[in-house]
Design a protein around this ligand. Structure first.
Ligand code: NAP
Length: 320
C-alpha cells in the first residue's frame, strides 16, 4: 500500500508518498481501508519537529480518517468487515491507504455522512465538544464566542453549540469564512481582524460579555478575551502558537476561569462520551462536517501549507 512517510523533521517537503508493506491487525485491532484523511494543524507542528510529542522516525502522520473496516484482529467483536467508520486515533498514521486502530479508536460513520466528511470529524469535532462541555461547562441558554469559527474546530463548535441551545457568536477573518460560519448556525458573526469587533461583541451581549470562549489563537487573543467575559465566564484555550501577556485582574474581577485543554488528556470514558454524542449528531444531521478542499494524498505537503494559511474554510481532506 502507499503511505506518506517522514524520515526527518522539517519543511512540508519531508513528507513523501512511498510504497510500504500492507498492514495486518493484531489482537483487539482493526484494519481500516482509508477513503479520506483529515489534515489538522497539529500534524504540521509535529512534522516540523518543534512539538513536544515527537514520533520515532520514520513515521506516517495523521490521526483522522474515514473508511471501511477491511479486517479485524483476534477478539474484536464490535466491528465487522465492511463497516463504515471514522477514526479518533490510529496506531500507524492516517496519511495512508490503510491504517491500524485499536477497536475503541474507530466509530460508526452513519450512511448519510460521506467519507470526506467523516475524515473531518475525529480531532476537530471531539475538540469542540470536549472544549464546550467537558472543559467549558457550557449550559443551554448561555452565550459562547467561537473565536476562530471558520476552520475545522470552529465550524464543529458552531454546529454543536447551536444544536445544544447556546447563543453562538463566531468569528472569521474573511468574508467567505464568515458567510460559512453564519450558514452553519452562528447567530452573530464578527471579523477578528476588525479594530472594533470586541466593542461589537459587547453590544451584542448588551454589555454583559460572553459566558464561554472557545479560543483558537490564545497567544493573540487571551488578554482581550478576559475583558469580554461575563461574570463567572470561562475561556477554553484550544489553540496556542506562542506566548502572551495577560492582566490577571481581568480574570479576578469576574471570577473567571482560564481552562487549558488538550484532546490528548481526555480519559477513555470522556472520549467515549464525546464520540457517542458525535455519532448521534452526525446521524440526526445537526453535525454536518464542511469539506472546503480535497487533494490527492500525494499532495500532503501542499495541504500542510494550506492549513497554516489564513482564510480557513472548513476542512482540508486528502484522498488516497
Ligand atoms: P484551522 O482549520 O486552520 O482554523 C484556524 C482558525 O483560527 C480559523 O477559523 C482562523 O480564521 C482562526 N484565526 C486566525 N486568526 C485568528 C485571530 N486573530 N483570532 C481568532 N481566530 C483566528 O485550525 P483548527 O483545526 O480549527 O484548529 C484551531 C487551533 O486549535 C489550531 O491552533 C490547532 O492546532 C488547535 N487545536 C488544538 C486542539 C487541542 O486539543 N487543544 C485540538 C485541535 C486543534 P481565519 O482563517 O478565517 O482568519
Amino acid at each position: 500500500m502507499k503511505a506518506i512517510r517522514v524520515h526527518e523533521f522539517g519543511a512540508p517537503e519531508v513528507m513523501k508518498l512511498e510504497e510500504v508493506p500492507d498492514l495486518q491487525p493484531g489482537a483487539g485491532q482493526v484494519l481500516v481501508r482509508v477513503r479520506a484523511v483529515g489534515v489538522n494543524p497539529v500534524e504540521t507542528y509535529i512534522r516540523s519537529g518543534w512539538y513536544p510529542r515527537k514520533p520515532a522516525l520514520p513515521y506516517t502522520p495523521g490521526n483522522d480518517c474515514a473508511g471501511v473496516i477491511e479486517a479485524v484482529g483476534e477478539g474484536v467483536t464490535r466491528w465487522q468487515v465492511g463497516d463504515r467508520v471514522y477514526t479518533s486515533w490510529c496506531l500507524t498514521g492516517a496519511y495512508a491507504e490503510q491504517t491500524l486502530c485499536h477497536e475503541s479508536q474507530v466509530h460508526r460513520l452513519p450512511d448519510n455522512v460521506t467519507f470526506a466528511q467523516g475524515a473531518a470529524v475525529g480531532v476537530p469535532y471531539a475538540t469542540a465538544w470536549r472544549g464546550l462541555f467537558q472543559r467549558g461547562r457550557a449550559v443551554p441558554g448561555e452565550t459562547v464566542l467561537v473565536h476562530g469559527a471558520s476552520g475545522g474546530v470552529g465550524i464543529a463548535a458552531v454546529q454543536i453549540a447551536r444544536a445544544a441551545g447556546l447563543v453562538v457568536i463566531g468569528t472569521g477573518g474573511t468574508e467567505r469564512g464568515r458567510e460559512l460560519v453564519k450558514r452553519e448556525g452562528a447567530h452573530h458573526v464578527l471579523d477578528h481582524h476588525a479594530p472594533d469587533y470586541l466593542e461589537q461583541l459587547m453590544a451584542l451581549t448588551d454589555g454583559r460579555g460572553v459566558d464561554v470562549i472557545l479560543e483558537m489563537l490564545s497567544n493573540v487573543n487571551l488578554a482581550k478575551d478576559l475583558t469580554v467575559l461575563a461574570p463567572r465566564g470561562r475561556v477554553v484555550v484550544i489553540g496556542c502558537r506562542g506566548t502572551v501577556e495577560i492582566n490577571p485582574r481581568d480574570a479576578m474581577s469576574r471570577d473567571a476561569d482560564i481552562l487549558g485543554m488538550s484532546l490528548f488528556n481526555g480519559t477513555p470514558a470522556e472520549l467515549a462520551a464525546v464520540h457517542a454524542a458525535l455519532v448521534a449528531g452526525l446521524e440526526n444531521g445537526t453535525l454536518r462536517p464542511v469539506v472546503g478542499q480535497e487533494m490527492p494524498l500525494a499532495d500532503a505537503p501542499r495541504a500542510h501549507v494550506a492549513v497554516m494559511t489564513p482564510g480557513a474554510y472548513g476542512k482540508i481532506v486528502l484522498i488516497p
